[in-house]
Ligand binder design. Structure first.
Ligand code: PLP
Length: 286
């Protein structure tokens, strides 16, 4: 049975209840994080908690817990749930107010929720064949750097991609390819790994940062700069990255198979480096 954390208590998921007046429910007024856990070790916990703080600052909600308190709650939850590898989801909403009102309550009492789910690796078959992606207009708001629970546009975009037979949507704004509906974007052109700069158009992904670090440490040519839609369409390799899906190679874009017709050599190199990083993390060495 899955044990969750709700406002300071650990309890079975079936018993975890939140008010219908919770602003997370009424307005999507909240922020979240997804943290992968390998062999009991959180991947880049400090970075996740830092991004959580940035998201909270972005929605003007005071962090109700200190970093040691977050660490304790997360570690206890990880221990209470079974399984070797987990995906820990944590969410904070602005809590329930006495009446539904767009304005923030004067003294918000945030709802803090954490749950753990089994983390299943992307299948070998998917990694062998790669995924299909489609480009779609980015219909989201202008603060995509905030990891907000209000994900309606992201869900619509992902659903639209699925209805076109694709796994992920690559979002385009003002002629620039920015990120996926639930992932960051990398391309490879002439042996150079390229990803767009952080800013309000995209989420500063923890996996993205790790890939840039691995590229730097291993002297793989890389650039952080805008990617035009035309460049995306002529890229040698395209990758979509996220904490739970790691590095997914795209093999088909908008119905056209990429030149390589299989996951590219730079992807092979990077996924090996990423897996090696995880091995060290499992040993507690990262
Ligand atoms: C819109 C969006 N961009 C990027 C990412 C990747 O972020 P991370 O690597 O921290 O999982 C996600 C993850 O869910 C996302 O939802």
């Amino acid at each position: 049975m899955s044990i969750v954390y709700l406002n300071g208590e650990f309890l079975p998921i079936e018993q975890a209840k939140v008010s219908v007046l919770d602003r997370g429910f009424l307005f999507g007024d909240g922020v979240y994080e997804v943290i992968p856990v390998y062999g009991g070790h959180c991947l880049r916990l400090g970075e996740h908690l830092k991004r959580l703080q940035d998201s909270l600052d972005g929605i003007q909600l005071k962090n109700p817990l200190t970093i040691p308190q977050w660490e304790q709650a997360l570690n206890e939850l990880i221990e209470k749930n079974e399984g070797e590898d987990k995906s820990v989801y944590l969410q904070l909403s602005r809590g329930a107010a006495p009446v539904r009102d767009h304005l923030f309550p004067a003294q918000p009492r945030p709802t803090i929720f954490i749950m753990s789910n089994p983390l299943k690796p992307v299948s070998k078959e998917t990694l062998r064949t790669g995924i299909k992606a489609v480009t779609l207009d980015d219909i989201r708001w202008q603060a995509c750097n905030i990891k907000a629970t209000a994900l309606l546009a992201n869900t619509l975009l992902k659903q639209q991609a699925a209805s076109q037979g694709a796994t992920e949507a690559i979002l385009v704004r003002d002629g620039l390819a920015t990120e996926g509906s639930a992932s960051n974007l990398f391309i490879v052109i002439d042996g150079v790994i390229i990803t767009p700069p952080i800013g309000p158009r995209l989420l500063p992904g923890i996996t993205r940062d790790l890939i840039l670090e691995l590229a730097e440490a291993n002297k793989l040519p890389h650039e952080v700069r805008d990617i035009s839609e035309a460049e995306l369409k002529s890229a040698n390799e395209i990758w979509m990255t996220s904490s739970t899906k790691e590095i997914m190679p795209v093999i088909e874009l908008d119905g056209k198979v990429l030149a390589n017709a299989q996951p590219g050599p730079m992807w092979e190199r990077m996924i090996d480096l990423y897996q090696a990083y995880k091995v060290k993390l499992r040993q507690g060495a990262e």
